[in-house]
Write a protein that binds this ligand. Structure first.
Ligand code: GRG
Length: 297
């Protein structure tokens, strides 16, 4: 399949997820108005939607149920959007721009931004625990995977390590442990959720898919560090160079730009190798991995 074909597929899926998110978020004009307006502001009309794309691409390898994948994709994106809203707060990264527009606490206020995060997180689990049309065991596994990836052993734990690492000299393994949790866990969960919406895979196939997920989750963060060091705020849609300015350790600060780019490519190669077992069914996952590593935003 060609690059054009992938771009077309990704654009179609992005339009689709935008529609599903619009439907599943609290309606505009419903009370409490300001909170619901801010929740929609935080989620709609921006972002690459990488995690939903990973849900669909992962589901494609096991003939997953489209309706269940929609809910899984929404749930993961809501958790991601909540993390961005909280991450931008003055008590965390204190950022004023996100996805090319003012952050939620700037556009609304800090208390609203806090509640937006809380509301998005709980909505994710409300939706995922509703009727999905798949077996109860698979649905419970999805809830468990998303909760674990989001919590103190996953994304929130990674964020705690990140906050504690300001001004500290982390080793590469320590940096990796932080990012496996902070960014990698949710990306890995997106792939797990897509898989759980479809036919059960063998242990061998599941392990290969999970290895792919771990590699690509880490590669995503390595590339994020490279882009943050290289790009301008206009290209990124958020404040560039912030980690270095805040004296936070990054792959670029620890290894240098060239080595960090090299690491991302090695992780991509490792990820792609583990997809071989799936043949053509993993075409979209493979293309997404290449997009994640070669992206410029
Ligand atoms: C505050 C609970 C809490 C968690 C924060 C994931 C995270 C933990 C913070 C996000 C801050 C950040 C910029 C992390 C670096 C990598 C990352 C997840 C970037 C944003 O993801 P993209 O590029 O964003 O997928 P879009 O806007 O495209 O969805």
């Amino acid at each position: 399949m060609t690059q054009t074909d992938f771009t077309h597929w990704a654009n179609q899926q992005q339009l689709h997820i935008e529609q599903v998110l619009t439907q599943r978020l609290p309606k505009a004009g419903t009370a409490p108005l300001r909170l619901h307006d801010a929740m929609r502001y935080a989620v709609l009309g921006g972002g690459k939607r990488v995690r939903p794309l990973l849900v669909y691409a992962s589901g494609a390898i096991c003939n997953a149920q489209p309706a269940a994948m929609d809910v899984a994709a929404v749930a993961v994106e809501l958790i991601h959007a909540y993390s961005l809203v909280h991450d931008d707060l003055p008590c965390m990264d204190n950022d004023v721009m996100r996805r090319g527009k003012p952050t939620v606490h700037v556009e609304y206020d800090e208390a609203t931004a806090l509640l937006v995060g809380d509301g998005l997180q709980t909505l994710a689990f409300e939706l995922l625990s509703g009727e999905l049309g798949i077996g109860g065991k698979a649905q419970l596994a999805m809830l468990h995977a998303l909760a674990q990836a989001s919590g103190s052993h996953g994304m929130v734990g990674g964020q705690a390590i990140d906050l504690a690492s300001v001004g500290q000299a982390l080793s590469l393994p320590e940096l990796e442990q932080m990012h496996i949790r902070k960014t990698g866990a949710l990306i890995r969960a997106a792939i797990t959720l897509g898989r759980l919406c479809g036919n059960t895979l063998s242990d061998e196939h599941s392990a290969k898919l999970d290895h792919f997920a771990k590699c690509i989750g880490l590669a995503f963060q390595v590339v994020d560090d490279v882009l943050d060091a290289e790009a301008s705020s206009a290209t990124l849609g958020k404040t560039a160079g912030k980690d270095a300015a805040n004296d936070k350790p990054t792959y670029v600060s620890l290894m240098g730009l060239k080595q960090a780019r090299q690491l991302a490519q090695e992780l991509e190669a490792d990820a792609l190798a583990s997809l071989a077992i799936f043949g053509d069914k993993a075409q979209r996952l493979s293309q997404l991995a290449q997009f994640i590593v070669s992206r410029s935003f």
